[in-house]
Design a protein around this ligand. Structure first.
Ligand SMILES: [Zn+2]
Length: 316
């Protein structure tokens, strides 16, 4: 009879993978175990992934400002969660953030725009992903900000002024979810029109605008015509007026690298007849379009003598 295998008999790489999926409480419990290998993996993981809570009291929890240099440089992923109004010392924050030389991912929840700016500016060299949720911002928060280049920026229900970070911050992938904090549209089209450098590869705008007559759609269409020819993925789930939809499809159908286009909030699909081009796309998933509209799109394109669009469920 073979002897049963124990968790700690697994190779360290496999143990690391298992530990990666554990929540913070389990990791803390693991740090108390007598099994040295588990203890070490859990401890390392906790040091690399840090969540800090700022609330009305002066010290954040855990107190980031008391971490030594070794602890700050060990951080790979940082969440800053802010409850309510806080006053922060810009010099102290920047000094601490600058020591996080290995920081890859940062998430700020409910923080002010200046906090976002300080951390992005201070850790720009190693940063790849920035996620912002419910953050407030003033237009001047990003004035004179040092240029930083990252891979992915995700903005969920932040104040519309947060868009001013685009420009100083260059991204390959931009994901925006929901309208602004006050329920107003995220005026992202106008921000994208002003982009000068960078090559945006992925653009996802989900529910950022709720008004079919919105001026920002005009800016977005213009940005797509003039600035965004490098896009590989374009996902728009916002109400598009018919004219804008036709123009948009015509524009993006000649993008050389585009491999996925998802459009939601499309008015009547009759318009497809007048805007050929779908057939030039390898992949045209329509999963964001209502089923009825999808079949009408296919009929319309057949009637127009085009290849039927390739129907494919988006991979998310
Ligand atoms: Zn709008």
């Amino acid at each position: 009879m073979s002897t049963p295998m124990h968790l700690v008999d697994l190779p360290p790489e496999v143990l690391s993978l298992i530990v990666n999926d554990m929540d913070r409480d389990t990791l803390l419990a693991l740090c108390l175990t007598g099994k040295r290998i588990l203890h070490e993996i859990a401890r390392r993981y906790l040091r690399q992934n840090v969540m800090v809570l700022f609330d009305a009291c002066r010290k954040p929890k855990p107190n980031l400002f008391s971490f030594d240099d070794g602890r700050l440089s060990a951080i790979r992923s940082l969440s800053l969660v802010v409850h309510g109004y806080i006053e922060l010392d810009s010099k102290l924050c920047s000094l601490v953030f600058m020591k996080m030389v290995n920081l890859n991912d940062v998430r700020v929840v409910g923080g002010p725009g200046v906090l976002v700016r300080w951390i992005v500016e201070s850790t720009g060299a190693s940063l790849t992903t920035v996620e912002l949720e419910g953050c407030d911002a003033e237009p001047q928060d990003f004035v004179g900000m040092a240029p930083v280049c990252i891979r992915r920026l995700v903005i969920s229900r932040c104040h519309s002024n947060i868009r001013f970070i685009l420009g100083p911050l260059t991204v390959e992938e931009l994901e925006m979810y929901g309208p602004g904090l006050d329920g107003e549209c995220m005026h992202v089209g106008v921000a994208l029109r002003r982009l000068t450098g960078g090559h945006l590869k992925g653009l996802y705008l989900i529910d950022t605008c709720r008004d079919r007559g919105c001026r920002d759609i005009v800016h977005l269409t213009r940005a797509l015509e003039t600035r965004l020819g490098s896009l590989e993925v374009l996902v728009l789930d916002i109400p598009l007026p018919r004219g804008a939809f036709e123009k948009l499809v015509r524009t993006v159908s000649v993008y050389p690298a585009l491999r996925r286009l998802c459009l939601g909030g499309v008015p009547s699909s009759r318009s497809l007849q007048s805007c050929g081009g779908y057939h030039t796309l390898d992949v045209t998933p329509f999963s964001l379009i209502a089923k009825a509209d999808r079949s009408r799109l296919q009929e319309d394109s057949k009637a127009a003598g085009m290849n039927a669009p390739v129907l494919e469920e988006a991979a998310y």
